[in-house]
Ligand binder design. Structure first.
Ligand code: FES
Ligand code: FES
Length: 164
């Protein structure tokens, strides 16, 4: 690696300020996996079409394969699946994926789960259309869409029950 080309960046990762060095062409996805060993986000297509690389940047799901790590600013906040392990809503979503049998090979699941989490964080009771819409950027090569959508619906219902 050519050390002279390295760019120093600072940002918040899973609620902690972090600092690292990256080559200018390194994507956020590659940086998370190589520099921080956070491997939940996966590289599927590498060109913004499959959603396997989904992470949450400043509250919005993004395709981390399309964003250069060097473009991150100190005010940017990235949340990965690993950082949400103890989050109550995330646990409800993950349990619903398991109980609905929504996981096949698992490759798309971290992205699916993050997109589902983001939807439920922002919409109290999403209808079928809203669920489809929220998952429209995530492709499942095992084509388990019906069970995945059922899992999101179940997570929404389970959350309502947990609040009663
Ligand atoms: S790997 Fe990023 S969208 Fe497919
Ligand atoms: S479970 Fe295999 S790609 Fe979705």
């Amino acid at each position: 690696m050519n050390q002279e080309n390295l760019v120093k960046i600072r940002f918040t990762l899973n609620n902690q300020q972090v600092e690292t060095e990256v080559l200018p062409e390194l994507t956020v996805l590659e940086m998370l996996r190589r520099n921080f060993r956070l491997t939940a986000a996966k590289e599927g297509c590498g060109k913004g079409e499959c959603g396997a690389c989904t992470v949450i940047l400043n509250g919005q799901p993004i395709n981390s394969c399309l964003k250069l790590a060097a473009s991150l600013n100190p005010g940017d906040e990235i949340q990965t699946l690993e950082g949400l392990e103890k989050d109550e809503l995330m646990q409800i979503v993950q349990e619903a994926f398991v109980s609905e049998g929504a996981v096949q090979c698992g490759f798309c699941i971290p992205g699916m789960v993050l997109s589902s989490y983001h939807l439920l964080k922002n919409v109290e009771k999403p209808d079928a259309h809203a669920i489809k819409q929220a998952l429209s950027g995530n492709i499942c090569r095992c084509t388990g869409y019906m069970k995945i959508e059922a899992a999101v619906k179940k997570a929404s219902e389970d959350r309502s029950k947990a609040r009663k």
